[in-house]
Unconditional design. Structure first.
Length: 252
C-alpha cells in the first residue's frame, strides 16, 4: 500500500499553524533571549571569580542584562553604558579584557598632582599595608596617607581633608605619620610611601606603598563577548525548546 505526502499542503498547514501561534512564538523567543542574557552575565561573573584575585563587588556588578528589546532580543550591558563593548574599550576593566597597562587610580592621580614632573605614579601595597578583603590597601589607610601628604583636597577642590600642624586630623589619634620618597630622589630609602613609628632614638620606618617604575601590565584575562557567545551556543536549543513548549501548552 502506497503512502504519499502532499508537501505543498503540509507546508501550507505549517504556515497556518505558525500564523495562528505567532503571539506564543514571539513570547517564547522573548523569554529565551532574556534568559540567555541573564545567564551570560552570570557566566561572566563566574569567570571573573576564576581569573581575578578576589574581584570587588563593584567589578562583579559592573554588568547587567537589558530585557525585552525589540526583535525580540535582550542584551548584556555595562552599567552606565548602552553598549556592550563601550566599557571594555574605555573603562577600568580595559586592561583586563584587552591586556596592556592599567590606568591610574584616583589616589595615584592625587599623588601625581602634588609631585611636579617625572613619570606617572603607580603604587603597589607592601606587606605592611592594611589590606581590605580584596587585597587592596584599605580605604581608611589610603585616606590617612593622602591627608598626611596634603593630597586630599585643597585649593580649587571645594574641600580640604589635609592634616594641619597642631590639628588632630586623620590618623592623629593613632599617631600615624606618613612621608614620601619620590622616584628620582637621592634618598637612601627606595621610592615609596612610608609610615614613621615611634619617636626619638627608637623611631623607625616601614614601607606601606612602593612606587612602580611603570604602569602594571596585565595580560588578557577576560573575554566577555566570547563568554556570552559560548552561553548562547550551548544553551539556546534547550531553552528555546522549553519556552516554546510551555507557551504552546498555555495557549492550548
Amino acid at each position: 500500500m502506497k503512502v504519499t505526502l502532499d508537501a505543498g499542503a503540509t507546508a501550507r498547514a505549517i504556515q497556518d499553524l505558525l500564523r495562528s501561534k505567532r503571539d506564543e512564538i514571539q513570547d517564547a523567543a522573548r523569554r529565551t533571549a532574556n534568559i540567555l542574557a541573564m545567564r551570560g552575565v552570570r557566566a561572566i561573573q563566574d569567570e571573573m571569580k576564576q581569573v581575578f584575585d578576589r574581584p570587588t563587588r563593584y567589578a562583579l556588578n559592573s554588568l547587567y542584562w537589558k530585557e525585552d528589546l525589540p526583535g525580540p532580543a535582550a542584551e548584556v550591558r555595562w552599567r552606565g553604558s548602552d553598549a556592550f563593548d563601550e566599557q571594555a574599550r574605555q573603562g577600568y576593566l580595559k586592561a583586563q579584557i584587552h591586556g596592556g597597562p592599567r590606568r591610574q587610580k584616583a589616589a595615584e592621580k592625587r599623588l601625581q598632582r602634588i609631585r611636579i614632573g617625572g613619570q606617572d605614579i603607580f603604587i603597589v601595597p607592601t606587606k605592611y599595608a592594611d589590606l581590605d578583603a580584596y587585597g587592596n590597601i584599605s580605604r581608611g589607610q589610603m585616606v590617612k596617607i593622602l591627608s598626611s601628604l596634603e593630597a586630599l583636597g585643597g585649593e580649587g577642590e571645594g574641600f580640604d581633608g589635609n592634616r594641619k600642624p597642631g590639628r588632630r586630623g586623620r590618623g592623629a589619634r593613632r599617631r600615624e605619620d606618613y612621608f614620601a620618597i619620590w622616584p628620582g630622589s637621592n634618598a637612601a630609602l627606595p621610592p615609596g610611601i612610608y609610615r614613621r613609628y615611634g619617636t626619638g632614638a627608637g623611631a623607625y620606618n616601614r614601607p606601606i606603598l612602593f612606587f612602580a617604575r611603570k604602569a602594571p601590565v596585565y595580560r588578557k584575562r577576560l573575554d566577555p563577548e566570547a563568554i556570552v557567545a559560548r552561553v548562547v551556543a550551548q544553551e539556546l536549543p534547550a531553552i528555546w525548546a522549553d519556552r516554546l513548549s510551555k507557551a504552546l501548552r498555555r495557549s492550548a
